[in-house]
Design a binder for this molecule. Structure first.
Ligand SMILES: Cc1ncc(COP(=O)(O)O)c(C=O)c1O
Length: 365
């Protein structure tokens, strides 16, 4: 089976992990945490990095750090992975949904303002499959209405908007280092920010809100700490980040050249102002393809090719269906119905990409 996404780990990762074990620094204190936070935040163009145990906790931590509370609202795209909306729900605030724009598949900046109310505290964007959002109009709206802009950049390590890296475009950015991400720590996450207050609060809340006077707490904190073992892998992965991004982009270029003439397949977007890192190389299977998305996934599976469907929009999720009953977001619904993530990992070979493209073309008949 050609996997959708496999991590690429080397001798350096092993060496650093062995170092943690030999020196007994295996929990959340140790030199690799700080080194990883510094290296990754600097890579993003942010002053501060706060490492967490996964991307979901990074999102929740940043929302807790801006002190969201029940009754507040956060604008999020409906076309996203469930953690984006869940992180808002964890705080007691309400995710308010916005449709995608067809050009980038990201939150549609033109549809945000109509959703802003007196309760809105933040706009949380998500850079879908590694394509950055069109940030200028979003930042302008946020300024006008005095809102935080949080980036769910879980999928967008190294992606660029007008030459600036994702994660440092708004008030704070959140990354995931799950095994299928552009760089990985197995499980892991990070909040990056240029805002000292957000960074300080995130550091405090990540660690049970322990303060210098130990065991006295002013806030309800969490244990969202990353281990030194995870960070050791992250430090080694930082040596590979540029190569990983370039591999993803080269793979996408080859896929694009092989699939562009296959009728009924829409290729992934890359706006003129964007550097897409193609975390997941995703195409749309249009009705004119002659075989539905789910059927194509089954066909590819039979040929030894693993794929994933695109996200089911938040308003269509069973767990959120009641909350968003009757709301319609046609672009997101179409993306959710037609989108397919093709194998995209750093270990994918050119021959495998050719085989996948040929198999898709043969499914068309
Ligand atoms: C957009 C988005 N947000 C959040 C997450 C959550 O990250 P994690 O799985 O590390 O908790 C993911 C994970 O893939 C994601 O794609």
């Amino acid at each position: 089976m050609i996997p959708v996404c496999e991590p690429k780990l080397g001798k350096k990762e092993l060496g650093y992990v062995i170092d943690c074990i030999k020196t007994n620094w295996i929990s959340s204190k140790g030199k690799y945490i700080t080194e990883f936070e510094e290296k990754f935040s600097e890579y993003c163009g942010a002053k501060y990095g706060v490492a967490t145990c996964n991307g979901t906790t990074a999102l929740h931590l940043v929302l807790a750090s801006i002190e969201l509370k029940p009754g507040d609202e956060v604008i999020v795209p409906t076309f996203t992975m469930i953690a984006t909306a869940n992180s808002v729900t964890y705080t007691g605030a309400t995710p308010v949904l916005v449709d995608s724009e067809p050009q980038t598949w990201n939150i549609d900046p033109a549809k945000i303002e109509e959703k802003i109310t007196k309760k809105t505290k933040s706009i949380m964007v998500m850079h879908t499959y590694g394509h950055p959002c069109d940030m200028d109009p979003i930042l302008e709206l946020a300024k006008k209405h005095d809102l935080y802009v949080i980036e769910d950049a879980a999928e967008a390590h190294g992606a660029e908007y007008k030459g600036k890296r994702a994660g440092a475009l708004g008030d704070a950015g959140c990354f995931s280092f799950y095994a299928n991400k552009i760089i990985t720590t197995g499980e892991g996450g990070m909040v990056v920010t240029n805002d000292e207050k957000i960074a300080e609060m995130a550091r405090l809340l990540r660690d049970q809100a322990f303060e210098p006077k130990r065991f006295l707490h002013r806030y309800i904190g969490f244990n969202y700490r990353m281990t030194n073992l995870q960070a050791a892998v992250g430090v080694a992965q930082m040596d590979l980040i540029d190569e990983s991004v370039e591999t993803r982009r080269r793979n996408a270029e080859l896929y694009n050249s092989l699939l562009k003439d296959v009728g009924g397949i829409t290729l992934p977007p890359e706006a003129l102002w964007a550097k897409n890192v193609y975390w997941m190389y995703t195409v749309l299977v249009d009705d004119s393809f002659g075989m539905g998305r789910d059927k194509l996934m089954g066909y590819l599976r039979e040929k030894g090719i693993d794929t994933r469907s695109a996200f089911y929009p938040i308003h269509t999720q069973p767990v959120y269906a009641k909350q968003y009953n009757g709301e319609k977001y046609p672009v997101a619904e179409e993306l959710g119905r037609k989108g397919i993530n093709l194998p995209s990992g750093n270990t994918l070979t050119k021959d495998q990409i050719r085989f996948i493209a040929e198999t898709i073309a043969s499914a068309k008949g």
